[in-house]
Design a binder for this molecule. Sequence first.
Ligand code: KIV
Length: 288
Amino acid sequence: MSDRKKITLPYLYEKYQRGEPITMLTCYDFPTATFQEQAGVEMILVGDSLGMTILGYESTLPVTMADMIRHAQAVRRGAPTAWLIGDMPYMTYQASVEDAIRNAGRFMAEASCDAVKLEGGREMADRMAGIVAAGIPCMGHLGLTPQSASSLGGFKVQGRDAGRALRIIEDAAILEEAGAYSILLEMVPDRVCQIITERASIPIISLGSGPHASGQLLIFHDMFGLYPRFRPKMAKVYGNAGEVILNGLKQYVAEVQDKTFPQPEHWFGLKDDAFAELAALLKEKETD
Ligand code: KIV
């Protein structure tokens, strides 16, 4: 357990105003959350990316509020002091402001989140404003927004031409105006991220969008080689836990087969006197 004080919005803004980078990672489960809490990660996103990293779907679209709440609750149990963000899954905010407020409220009431995140720019400004007016801090998400991957042409860099870059820059200003406390820029060119960061008066967080942002985000499973399908360019691998796990599993299978596992330290014995008593009882039963 860490002895860190609860990360709050004033803490995040003070850090941002001092120009100190904010740390953010995705997390989906209790043990990983305890590690992230101990390591001092400040913002934890329970991302709907769990649909891909944990549940094995091809996209984030099938993820439900029930999935998100269950995982957010587990993460909160492991990371009591982190700034915990619940990621609004597909079709829990797109249809109406009312849907957006009710579902954002569920993250706060049922999973003790500190904030929520939604994807989209100007078209989501009224959802952002509604959530914020309900007293819930809300993060924006621009650039590659996986819930719209189909209309964006897949999982690829956004804002590479001037017109599209301008639209992202304008969307960031609109979301800030609508009350976003922070905006995540996913896979946007570094110079576009720099312009947005310089113009904004809220923390801009980069996922593959370069070093000029107010903080950085990585997907936990990408950092540790835990996503078997692909590794995006932006993911620095800090340790290949996937390889360690795979080697361990192969060794386990081999050791069970060649009977080198288990060894005496891996099982529980019965004392001689109890064993003798048991043998006598069994014999007695046999002769009954
Ligand atoms: O779901 C998620 O983890 C996200 C990140 C890709 C930013 O939204």
